[in-house]
Design a protein around this ligand. Sequence first.
Ligand SMILES: [Mn+2]
Length: 332
Amino acid sequence: MAIDWRPLIDIIRRRNRFLITSHLRADCDAIGSEMALARILDSLGKHATIVNGDEVPQHIQFLDPDGRVGTLGSTVMIEALRGFDAMIVVDTSAAVQLGRMAEVLRSFPGVRVVIDHHVSEDDLGAVVFKDDQAEATGRLILELAEALRVEITPQIAEPLLTAIATDTGWFRFSSVTERTFAALARLTAAGASPAKAFSQLFEQHSLPRLHLRGRILEHVAADCAGRMLWTYVTADDFRECGAQKTDTEDAINMLLTVRGVEAAALFVELEPSVTKVSLRSRSSFNVHEVAEKFGGGGHRAAAGITFSGPRIEAQQAILDAVRLAMQDCPQS
Ligand SMILES: [Mn+2]
């Protein structure tokens, strides 16, 4: 259902200083939405400041060439975050995903706004603008800009195209609808270049990332009679390949290329007792329901969990939960 932007237009028109934030381990939908929103507010003559709980991952810094996105505790101190009229959270509704920016939000004296497309939701004391059917927050930001009658410049269009492109796995996930392509058409008309976006996203990887892919593929195992594939990355894999933690991004989707596979899981050893788990589905199997059991979140087709425990433990617990849920899910 389309969002009624009128309350947000009212909030924006009546205020001048905006603080924008998004989730930790930001992706292109997070940074792209933040950058576009800041530039939309610029064009309205407002002041917009972007501050996240952690740094912009190196591989998506092309979205922020001038270093506009601040990092709380390193480039921006908490004392400096005063005097804002409104705080806008994009691409998440979960306090835990904001890191230290959650403290800023909790004690924020002005109006709080959430613009998001995730199902999971905390009560952030915010006015919420959400479409959990939307493929990306980036498309919602475009619709907000249009509702505000802001001219979509190339500087606004480019990060939004990148945001939508990445959250849809380059326009191929089941979340893609005609609205995705309608948005893409408008962004392209406004000066965004799909060819440039593709090159920035998929043709700038490091050799260590490619080597890490090799490890991820080597470790693939089948479960649930081939309806699920899962794999893992250890701390040794990262070290031996010279790869970054962000180099696992998108790797899980390779598992969905096998015939008959409905779901995939990737277990990443972040620390000896912290395991990042990614779940994907391309059938009616709902990975969000599995993630929720472990305090995770996401969508029906893509969900994540930060598991407090060693990787082996995470694998046992979560694979058991997947097996149980698969039994209740008819084979597609
Ligand atoms: Mn998103």
